[in-house]
Design a binder for this molecule. Structure first.
Ligand SMILES: Cc1cc2nc3c(=O)[nH]c(=O)nc-3n(C[C@H](O)[C@H](O)[C@H](O)COP(=O)(O)OP(=O)(O)OC[C@H]3O[C@@H](n4cnc5c(N)ncnc54)[C@H](O)[C@@H]3O)c2cc1C
Length: 251
């Protein structure tokens, strides 16, 4: 990173990429995904310390094996600890920000800086960690019956299977829900369920998902996003804000 900074090369950190729409023109500079040591998890008392590269479903499974609960709703979020902290990922039941104790980020000199809850701000699919390099985090857990955890996890995954286009290529919810409403309801009302631009299609199962129905380019997805925003705004006056991040070099 120091060499990149000295040479004016931009650095783009990514996690699992499950919330990213990457330009067809690629990403200039370095793309960095934290692996190796950053995929490790250790437990101490009721807390765990996880690297930013740890895959959330694996983390939930490790907690469940130890009879530690509190993070079950993250089991269906296909991202890493780092990506989840930037996005304050979660569900109606829990967002990762609710259980964060500390976050270790890299400062400009390349040293680890320890951030505590008073230094952190989490909102709906946003956090003050955006733009920082996240390396490790500690999360607070609580002892819970293992069978209970397993049952909760199964229920949550079954619910997803019923309501989301699991198994297709997608980036999860495209838009944030506007205050007091649901993006999917507005998109469906605007007649966009099943609508296509090139290979990008609004999922017939969940209107806030765009799936790659075959050969979709990032430009197709972006054009479909713009068309939805325009139609929903015309119909209801609501401008849907994207939850996904569009990264790379866009025309
Ligand atoms: C099928 C499906 C279901 C989903 N369900 C949910 C859900 O229920 N709830 C929810 O909140 N989200 C959901 N998502 C969206 C996505 O999984 C989450 O936003 C997740 O937290 C993204 O994590 P990631 O590791 O993939 O991050 P990425 O998508 O790779 O990156 C997201 C952001 O984090 C930054 N970032 C990642 N790692 C680091 C790091 N170490 N340091 C600094 N910055 C970093 C990236 O630069 C980017 O800005 C879903 C996605 C899919 C495909």
């Amino acid at each position: 990173m120091k060499a990149a900074r000295e040479n004016g090369v931009p650095c783009q950190f990514i996690g699992w990429g499950s919330n990213l729409l990457v330009s067809d023109k690629g990403i200039p500079g370095l793309v960095i995904r934290l692996r190796g040591e950053f995929e490790s998890v250790s437990f101490e008392g009721g807390q765990l310390r996880a690297g930013a590269g740890v895959f959330l479903p694996n983390l939930v499974k490790l907690c469940s094996d130890r009879g530690l609960g509190g993070v079950e709703p993250l089991v269906g979020v296909p991202g890493t600890v780092g990506g989840a902290l930037v996005m304050n990922a979660g569900t109606r039941e829990l967002e990762i920000g609710d259980v964060v104790k500390t976050v270790e980020v890299l400062d400009l000199q390349g040293n680890l800086e320890l951030l505590r809850p008073k230094d952190l701000e989490f909102g709906y699919r946003r956090s003050s960690l955006e733009g920082r390099v996240i390396c490790f985090a500690t999360l607070e857990l609580r002892p819970k019956d293992r069978d209970d955890i397993t049952r909760t996890i199964q229920k949550l995954l079954e619910q997803r299977l019923k309501t989301q286009p699991v198994g297709s290529q997608n980036v999860g919810s495209i838009f944030k829900n506007p205050k007091g409403d649901f993006a999917a309801r507005l998109i469906e009302r605007a007649g966009f369920k099943g609508r296509r631009v090139g290979g990008a299609e609004v999922s017939a199962k969940h209107a806030n998902f765009i799936v790659n129905a075959g050969g979709a380019t990032a430009a197709d997805v972006r054009a479909l996003i713009s068309a939805i925003q325009e139609a929903v705004q015309k119909m209801s006056g609501v401008l849907l804000e994207t939850e996904i991040k569009m990264i790379g070099k866009w025309p």
